[in-house]
Design a protein around this ligand. Structure first.
Ligand code: IMP
Length: 179
């Protein structure tokens, strides 16, 4: 499928599934080295990170744990920057090496807010791994430690990312076709 119509918008295939998988495997290889012997706790940010979390974790050979957290920050095709508190996060992370898993880092507002909230719980370390990163949209100073794929500042869906609830199931990454 090279074009899809979701709600009011059209999208075209931008990054095929095989390329996404290669990029995820590269990040897994980095993490397998960095966290060997540390038993990191991965924290997937729902809903979008479920795909990246699954593809990444099946490529990890280290001992690790995973949990998920929910925040709300995004409506329509542009980021609002509003983030509510962490929902459903009851893990004890004091002294743990925590790796936050995101589907996409856009302005960076969400990830910085999550970092602030987790820091209050005194982890031993925190790092960020994301499937997609939009460097041209990024407004924060925090380094994004592990990036699978850098993309231009276009709205995308697929591989866990949605347009108002649709498109998360699409393999690969689809880019909006401007009308
Ligand atoms: P940020 O706070 O601007 O970095 O946005 C983070 C959240 O916005 C992500 O976790 C996504 O849910 C959503 N988002 C940002 N860009 C896109 C996109 O191109 N497609 C779908 N969702 C996006």
């Amino acid at each position: 499928m090279s074009r899809v119509h979701l709600h009011d918008l059209d999208f075209e295939l931008f990054i095929p599934e095989a390329e996404v998988n290669e990029a995820v495997a590269r990040v897994a290889a980095e993490l397998n080295v960095k966290y060997v012997g540390k038993r990191p706790l991965f924290v997937g940010v729902l809903n979008g990170s479920f795909f990246f979390a699954a593809e990444l974790l099946k490529r990890l050979t280290i001992e690790c744990e995973i949990t998920f957290v929910k925040v709300a920050s995004y409506h329509g095709t542009s980021s609002t920057g509003k983030v509510t508190d962490l929902i459903g996060f009851n893990e004890r992370i004091e002294g743990r090496d925590v790796v936050i898993l995101e589907d996409i880092v856009d302005t960076g507002n969400t990830i910085v807010h999550i970092l602030d909230l987790l820091r209050d719980r005194h982890p031993a370390s925190m790092s960020i791994a994301t499937l997609l990163f939009k460097p041209d949209a990024y407004k924060q100073q925090v380094t994004i430690d592990h990036v699978a794929i850098r993309i231009p500042n276009d709205f995308v869906v697929g591989s866990g990312l949605d347009h108002n609830g649709l498109g998360r199931n699409l393999p690969g990454i689809y880019r909006i076709i401007p009308n």
